[in-house]
Design a protein around this ligand. Structure first.
Ligand SMILES: [Fe+2]
Ligand SMILES: [Fe+2]
Length: 220
């Protein structure tokens, strides 16, 4: 990404408002003119994922504690162990490539974790919170899948076959976790719906939608 050139108090963007990172839009678009390579992009991606995985290691115990369903708790704890392994793999790759992790922070993961915190704050413990936690966890997995998928492609194009295979193992695990969460979601969503008793609306049945067994299906 481009270098920060704004003042400590934050520069103004084209609408006159200071942007959150102190950089105006025109400055952002001008960007850093320093030539960058695919290798730079790859290394930047490794740093991003190391930050993302480390943030997850910090956040997942809280998510496990917030989950009500035992299977979900176990899934989150399993994911934590896997995430610790992902950190180790990345550190090994970065040591081999002599890439310093530096101070790069994955802003996307920071945001996703913030959303999970909001879920925990806004939904009391129970099946509906569990459903929401699974949605949050799957957003995380999809970010990881996209990131590791891209890193695998870059490792491939850069001729780093062993690194490609190591990242590919992590990618496979992320995809499996996502699938496991989808399977778990079916049971937990059913549990959440049952906990609402007869008060829910059935959107699958034909009819104009009302409490109980009628729904909105035919109006779409
Ligand atoms: Fe991971
Ligand atoms: Fe993951």
């Amino acid at each position: 990404m481009s270098k920060k050139t704004g003042s400590a108090s934050g520069s103004k963007n084209q609408t006159g408002k200071a942007s959150s990172d102190g950089m105006g839009l025109s400055e952002l678009l001008k960007g850093n003119k320093e030539q960058k390579t695919l290798k730079d992009l790859f290394q930047d991606g490794l740093k991003d994922m190391l930050s993302a995985e480390k943030q997850l290691v910090e956040a997942l115990p809280k998510v496990a504690e917030a989950a009500h369903n035992e299977d979900l708790q176990n899934a989150v704890e399993h994911h934590l162990k896997q995430t610790e392994k992902h950190v180790q793999r990345l550190e090994k790759i970065m040591t081999y490539l002599k890439v310093e992790s530096g101070s790069k922070e994955c802003e996307a993961m920071k945001g996703l974790i913030k959303e999970a915190d909001e879920i925990i704050k806004n939904f009391p413990e129970g099946p509906v919170r569990d459903s929401a936690l699974i949605i949050g966890a799957q957003k995380v997995e999809h970010y990881e899948i996209a990131s590791y998928g891209s890193l695998c492609e870059l490792a491939d194009v850069l001729g780093m076959s062993k690194i490609h295979d190591t990242l590919g193992r992590t990618l496979d695990e992320e995809e499996q976790t996502d699938q496991d969460l989808s399977d778990l979601a079916q049971d937990i969503n059913d549990e959440a719906l049952e906990s609402e008793g007869e008060s829910h609306e059935d959107y699958n049945s034909s009819g104009s939608g009302s409490k109980g067994k009628k729904g909105y299906g035919s109006s779409l």
